[in-house]
Write a protein that binds this ligand. Structure first.
Ligand SMILES: NC(=O)C1=CN([C@@H]2O[C@H](COP(=O)(O)OP(=O)(O)OC[C@H]3O[C@@H](n4cnc5c(N)ncnc54)[C@H](O)[C@@H]3O)[C@@H](O)[C@H]2O)C=CC1
Ligand SMILES: O=C(O)/C=C/C=C(\O)C(=O)O
Length: 488
C-alpha cells in the first residue's frame, strides 16, 4: 500500500485547501489504496484562478519569449530527470504496463514542452502592405498575445501526455493555467508542480485543483468568469456540458472528444503490418485511447485470415502488473469503467455477436482479483447499426466486419457521429491516398497507427471535437491574433 496524498498546487505551493474534503485514489491493478486526494470546491478554484490572473501581470507576463522558451526546456528536462518517479506515479494511477508508459506517456510529457517552445520561438506572424489613394500606403502586421487564464480539464487514459499536450502550448504562448486532472489520475499532474518550481516558473503560472466534474472542481473551473478559455479531452457528453458553461461569457473552447474509429484492411495489404498495427490500435493501453480502433472492416478475401490472426495475437497478450516486463496489457482504469465495458460485452452477446475471443473477466491470480480486469475481446457478426458498432466503448475490444467494395467501405466507415481517427491498410498507395481523403475524420493513418508528428494538426470532425491543436495550430487557440495597421 502507498500513502500518497494528492494536494492542490496553487500559487506555487501545495495546499489541502479549505474544503476539508478528500476522496480515495485506488490502484486499478488490485484495488489497493494509493492515497487520499483533496477535493477542490469553489474556494480552491477561486484561489487558483486568482493566482493565475495575478501571474499574468507579474514576471511571467513581462518575460521575453527567449526566457520563456528556456524555462519550458527546463520543465521538459525536469520531467526527464525524474523519469522514474513520473513512471511510477503514472503506472500506479492507471495500472498500465511500465513498458508502455516508459515509451509513450513520460517521454511525450517532456516532448510536449519542447515542441511548443520551439514553435513559439520560430513562428512568424503575417504582414500586408495596403496601397492607399494618397500613395503612401499602410503597413499591417499581426501580433500574437496570450489569451489569459486557460482552464485545462484532462482525462485519465494518458494523464501526463494529454495534460502536458495542453499545458505545454498554453505556457509557450504566455498564458497561465489552472488544471483539473481526472479524479482517477491525480499523481503526475501533482508531481509536475515540483518540476515547475524547480524550473523557476513563477508562482501562479501553473496551478492544479483536484476534484470531480459536476458540483466539484471541474464544473466550478469551467463556470469561473476569470477563466478565458477551456481546453478539454474526454467524453462527448462532458464536452457538451463544458460548452454550455463556456457559453456564459462567450469563452473559447478546444475539445478533443470521443471516437468510434474504423480500420479498413484491404486484401492487398501487408498482412503482417496490418495485424501488428491493429493489435496496437485495439489493445494498447487496454483499448483506452481515443484514437483506438473499435470497428475493423476487412475485404472479404482476407477476412477469415485476418480474424484468425488477430485472434492469435489477442491470445498472446499477457495481462498483469505494470512492473512485469513480459506484460503487455493492464487493467481498465476503474471498477466503474470495468462495469461499463462489461455491459457492452454482455450486449454484444445478447445481440447475437460471434465472440471470437474474450467477452468476460479473465481469471487473474488472487492478488489481482480486485483489479479492473477485462479480457481482450473480438466479435464478428453484428450489423453496423448495433450499439456495439455505434457507441464508444473504450475497452480492449473490436468488431470485425467483411466488405466487398471500396466505395461501400468508405460509406460504412463514415457512418458514425464521430470523426476522430482511422487507419487504412493497403500496399496500393493510390488507393491509400484516395481512401484517406474520403474518410471524414481528423487524422487518417495509412499503414500505421498512432504515429504522431507533433507539428501536425490534431483534432476531430463531427462530434469528436472542436478546433485543432498541434504545432502552429495550437496558436489559434492559445493566443489572440491581433492586427496593427500603421498608416504611412
Ligand atoms: N480521451 C478520451 O477521448 C477519453 C474518453 N473517455 C470516455 O468517457 C467515458 C467516461 O469517462 P470519464 O472519466 O467520466 O470521462 P469524462 O469526459 O467525464 O471526464 C474527463 C474529465 O472531465 C471532468 N469532468 C466531468 N464532468 C465535468 C463537468 N461537467 N465539468 C467540468 N469537468 C468535468 C472529469 O472530472 C475529468 O477530469 C469513458 O468511458 C470513455 O468512453 C474518457 C476519458 C478519455
Ligand atoms: O498523441 C496525442 O496527442 C493524443 C493521443 C491520444 C488521445 O488524445 C486520447 O486518447 O485522448
Amino acid at each position: 500500500m502507498s500513502d500518497r496524498e494528492s494536494l492542490h498546487f496553487i500559487n506555487g505551493e501545495y495546499t489541502a485547501g479549505s474544503s476539508g474534503l478528500t476522496f480515495e485514489n485506488r490502484c486499478p491493478v488490485d484495488g489497493s489504496l494509493i492515497g487520499l486526494v483533496h477535493e477542490g470546491k469553489r474556494e480552491e478554484v477561486d484561489a487558483a484562478v486568482s493566482a493565475a490572473r495575478a501571474a499574468l501581470k507579474g514576471p511571467w507576463g513581462r518575460m521575453s519569449v527567449e526566457e520563456r522558451v528556456r524555462m519550458l526546456y527546463r520543465v521538459a528536462d525536469g520531467i526527464t530527470a525524474r523519469f522514474d518517479e513520473f513512471l511510477e506515479a503514472e503506472c500506479l494511477d492507471t495500472g498500465k504496463p511500465k513498458s508502455l508508459a516508459s515509451h509513450i506517456d513520460i517521454p511525450r510529457g517532456a516532448a510536449n514542452f519542447k515542441v511548443f517552445a520551439d514553435v513559439i520561438r520560430n513562428v512568424p506572424t503575417e504582414g500586408f502592405f495596403l496601397e492607399t489613394p494618397d500613395g503612401a500606403g499602410a503597413q499591417n502586421y499581426g501580433v500574437r498575445t496570450p489569451k489569459g487564464v486557460i482552464g485545462v480539464i484532462s482525462p485519465w487514459n494518458l494523464p501526463l501526455l494529454l495534460m502536458t499536450w495542453k499545458v505545454g502550448p498554453a505556457l509557450a504562448c504566455g498564458n497561465t493555467v489552472v488544471v483539473k486532472p481526472s479524479e482517477e489520475t491525480p499523481l503526475t499532474t501533482t508531481l509536475l508542480g515540483e518540476v515547475m518550481n524547480d524550473a523557476g516558473v513563477p508562482r501562479g503560472v501553473f496551478n492544479v485543483v483536484h476534484g470531480f466534474g459536476p458540483d466539484s472542481a471541474g464544473a466550478f473551473l469551467t463556470e469561473h468568469p476569470g477563466v478565458d478559455a477551456i481546453t478539454f479531452t474526454g467524453e462527448t457528453r462532458t464536452g457538451t456540458a463544458i460548452m454550455k458553461a463556456a457559453a456564459e461569457g462567450v469563452r473559447d473552447v478546444s475539445f478533443e472528444l470521443g471516437g468510434k474509429n474504423p480500420a479498413i484492411v484491404f486484401a492487398d495489404c501487408d498482412m503482417d503490418k496490418a495485424i501488428e498495427g491493429t493489435m496496437r490500435s485495439v489493445f494498447a493501453n487496454c483499448g483506452q485511447v481515443c484514437l483506438g480502433t473499435e470497428r475493423v472492416f476487412v475485404e472479404r478475401p482476407v477476412f477469415d485470415e485476418f480474424v484468425a490472426r488477430l485472434k492469435a495475437g489477442a491470445e498472446g497478450l499477457k495481462l498483469g502488473r505494470p512492473e512485469d516486463e513480459t506484460v503487455n496489457m493492464g487493467p481498465l482504469i476503474s471498477k466503474e469503467h470495468q462495469q461499463k465495458v462489461l455491459g457492452y460485452y454482455k450486449l454484444a452477446k445478447d445481440l447475437g455477436a460471434t465472440v471470437v475471443i474474450g467477452g468476460g473477466v479473465p481469471d487473474m491470480p488472487d492478488d489481482l482479483k480486485d483489479g479492473a480486469w477485462v479480457e481482450p475481446t473480438i466479435w464478428t457478426g453484428l450489423g453496423d447499426d448495433s450499439a456495439v458498432m455505434r457507441e464508444e466503448i473504450f475497452g480492449p475490444c473490436c468488431h470485425i466486419t467483411p466488405f466487398d467494395e471500396e466505395e461501400e467501405v468508405i460509406a460504412r466507415a463514415n457512418d458514425t457521429v464521430y470523426g476522430l481517427a482511422s487507419a487504412v491498410w493497403t500496399e496500393n498507395m493510390s488507393r491509400g491516398h484516395r481512401v484517406a481523403a474520403q474518410i471524414d475524420c481528423g487524422i487518417c493513418w495509412v499503414n500505421s497507427w498512432f504515429l504522431r508528428d507533433l507539428r501536425t494538426a490534431f483534432g476531430g470532425t463531427k462530434q469528436s471535437g472542436i478546433g485543432r491543436e498541434g504545432g502552429v495550430h495550437s496558436l489559434e487557440f492559445y493566443t489572440e491574433l491581433r492586427n496593427v495597421c500603421v498608416k504611412l
